[in-house]
Design a protein around this ligand. Structure first.
Ligand code: G3H
Ligand code: 13P
Ligand code: ZN
Length: 285
């Protein structure tokens, strides 16, 4: 069942759990996500970055995601991750995405508000939900690279102003996570999550969630995180499975045999995440 991002995340916000937003670039990833959502009866968000859409084509990603979403009973939203390009965001609106992120977090507050408002006006006019980001999350995503030392945590007062002026549906906050693999153990600013949740009382988003210890994820969810972005952990599951298969079967050249086990491995990782986030059994009809 294809639904808006807001309907999924409002339900998560009201019922105190988080929904996984998993990045896709190909068919196997879309199938792995829907398979995991069905087996655990979880609502789920399929998301593609601008890089992912350039790689596969926005029409192809949306056709695959829409087809599977419309043919399952679990609630599924299709989301643009880290949209920075106005044209790309418009393309997603035209291609049936039910949620988009406008990421203008690298601009000053007023410019971030101005750019975010522009997207909110257009997306809401066609019933599409909007995520925005305030603060700077470390690491690399698409064409934005933020050095660890330049990462800045979200300020609760600024967050309150940002949300009241832009009317975004959910907000990504910077609280100590970073995109890509971690070198050491990430330390989350749990007090900041708590304060922001109390101030805003709306769905909050955690980026850079791969590799964050289970205990920290569970605590972040208990304090008000409702959307959890995972890309790296799925890529690594894919890589491990392909490497293993090719090492054990060096002469097999059928792509289905090489990539099939990776699809199963990704599904297992996603199911584990769904259980950790508390979305298992939360699908409604
Ligand atoms: O937020 C970052 C995601 O991991 C997307 O990465 O731009 O390489 O597709 P990508
Ligand atoms: P990871 O690199 O930790 O998987 O983060 C993904 C993400 O935040 C996508 O927006
Ligand atoms: Zn991200």
């Amino acid at each position: 069942m294809l639904v808006s991002g807001k309907s999924i995340l409002q339900h998560a916000h009201e019922n105190g759990y988080a929904v996984g937003a998993f990045n896709v670039n190909n068919m196997e990833q879309v199938q792995a996500i829907i398979g995991a959502a069905e087996e655990t009866q979880s609502p789920v968000i399929i998301q593609a970055s601008q890089g992912g859409l350039k790689y596969a084509g926005v029409e192809i990603i949306s056709a695959m995601a829409k087809t599977l979403a419309e043919n399952t009973t679990v609630p599924v939203a299709i989301h643009l991750d880290h949209g920075t390009d106005f044209t790309q965001i418009m393309k997603c609106l035209r291609n049936g995405f039910t949620s988009v992120m406008i990421d203008a977090s690298h601009y000053e507050l007023d410019e971030n508000i101005r750019r975010t408002k522009q997207i909110v006006e257009m997306a809401k006019a066609v019933g599409v939900s909007v995520e925005a980001e305030l603060g700077k999350i470390g690491g690399v995503e698409d064409d934005i690279a933020v050095d660890e030392k330049d990462a800045t945590y979200t300020d609760p007062d600024e967050a309150a102003k940002f949300v009241s002026e832009t009317e975004v549906d959910y907000l990504a906050i910077a609280v100590g996570t970073a995109h890509g693999p971690y070198k050491g153990e990430p330390k989350l600013d749990f007090d900041r999550i708590k304060v922001i949740k109390e101030r805003l009382n709306m769905p909050l988003v955690l980026h850079g969630s791969s590799g964050v210890p289970e205990e920290s994820i569970r605590k972040a969810v208990s304090l008000g995180i409702n959307k959890i972005n995972i890309d790296t952990d799925i890529r690594q599951a894919f890589h491990r499975a392909v490497k293993k298969f090719v090492a054990e079967n060096p002469d097999v050249y059928d792509p289905r045999k090489i990539v099939g086990p990776a699809r199963d491995a990704m599904k297992e990782v996603i199911k584990t995440k769904m259980e950790m986030f508390g979305s298992t059994g939360k699908a409604w009809r």
